[in-house]
Design a protein around this ligand. Structure first.
Ligand code: SAM
Length: 356
């Protein structure tokens, strides 16, 4: 008989405590679904049982009527109760998938979000892939000034809308020339290392510097790099761009905290369990972004990009900030739900700045 835990959940909720749960795979799943009535209960109950039994999804299906031992059942019930109180599933299992990586996570780091994969994809689109001869392609520095003033179809040409006088060119073909010794990337506020490690794995010929203010977060990120055998990533503790010293980069990425400090969501659901410093940033949520936009420019090589995630209502404000600090080719990309999610701009090479 196939297990359909969600169909029986209602019967169990409210009519039984754990005492009456049939201690089979299916019986435990049914109770878990009932206890996790908010949101994605069926998926989360299955994830937690798989974690306890160290089993695959296929195994759960094939063994739906198998008995589960007392220790396993007790461990699962404890996790379900913690989840019902709001602890993120990723903290309970200690892992979260991100951009095809399996990352270790713990309460010292933000749980990486699927929407942040957009930041990684936009970064990868700007990093030159090696050519057939193994050499990274170089951009003709003059190409940017002569390119048409439209940006990509999905972008919004905000530089023009904001009345910015900075030159605009087509970012699809334009990649910054690599630093001697490799294309240099910085990830500011790396947390679990999600963004830095996804980029480092997809572009093994680049060098990535991942920073965070939190030593505890950096310890987790370093552990993830080790487990994934990624040797092209370095880690450094420090406050935003101060951690970069006097180094310059072809690309700076960041998923900074961007929630307003008074936002009531910070006191609800999973957010209550994540580090406050990873989520909130001043009265309007823009404190960290202001610093990164202001100071990032000095750490970009000519033609280099700054890309960062932000709140879906912060697009106009961050484009204005980018324009005020002289970035070119300012753009905003929307997430799968059509919400403004990642913005960025480009450092104008000195020669073009004089022409502009
Ligand atoms: C939204 S989390 C992003 C974590 C990770 N990059 C991700 O996308 O999953 C923001 C990170 O910024 C770090 N952070 C907060 N304030 C910082 C500061 N002043 N300087 C550097 N990092 C900071 C936090 O510790 C946290 O790890």
């Amino acid at each position: 008989m196939a297990c359909q835990p969600w169909s029986a959940a209602v019967t169990l909720v409210g009519t039984s405590g754990w005492g009456r749960v049939v201690q089979t795979v299916c019986g435990l799943l049914r109770h878990g679904v009932g206890a996790l009535s908010d949101g994605d209960g069926a998926r989360e109950a299955a994830l937690l049982l798989r974690h306890v039994l160290k089993a695959s999804e296929a195994w759960l299906i094939a063994h739906a009527n198998d008995p589960v031992g007392d220790d396993g059942a007790a461990a699962y019930k404890a996790l379900i109760e913690r989840r019902a109180r709001g602890e993120p599933v990723a903290y309970l299992t200690g892992t979260r998938g991100f951009h095809a990586l399996e990352l270790h996570v713990a309460p010292d780091v933000l749980v990486p979000r699927p929407e942040t994969e957009l930041l990684v994809d936009l970064a990868l689109a700007r990093i030159p892939a090696r050519g057939p001869d193994g050499a990274a392609p170089r951009r003709n520095p003059g190409q940017c000034a002569k390119a048409p003033p439209e940006v990509s179809a999905t972008s919004m040409s905000p530089a023009r809308r904001a009345g910015s006088a900075v030159p605009v060119c087509n970012p699809v073909n334009a990649v910054a020339a690599p630093l001697p010794g490799g294309y240099g990337i910085a990830d500011l506020g790396t947390g679990s290392g999600a963004v830095a490690l996804a980029i480092a794995r997809a572009r093994p010929d680049t060098r990535v510097l991942a920073t965070d203010a939190s030593d505890a977060a950096l310890a987790i990120a370093r552990g993830n790099a080790r487990r994934l055998n990624l040797t092209n990533v370095e880690f450094r503790q420090g406050d935003w761009c101060a951690a970069l010293g006097d180094a310059s980069f072809d690309l700076i990425v960041s998923n900074p905290p961007y929630i307003a400090g008074s936002d009531p969501h910070l006191r609800e659901g999973d957010l209550r369990f994540e580090p406050h410093a990873a989520l909130a940033s001043g009265a309007d949520g823009l404190d960290a972004i202001r610093v990164i936009v202001r100071d990032g420019r000095a750490h970009l090589r000519g033609g280099g990009w700054l890309l960062f995630e932000h709140g879906f209502e912060q697009g106009p404000a961050v484009r204005e900030l980018l324009a005020a600090h002289g970035y070119a080719e300012i753009f905003t990309e929307r997430d799968l739900e059509g919400r403004e999610r990642v913005s960025g701009g480009r450092a104008v090479p000195p020669s073009l700045r004089e022409e502009g």
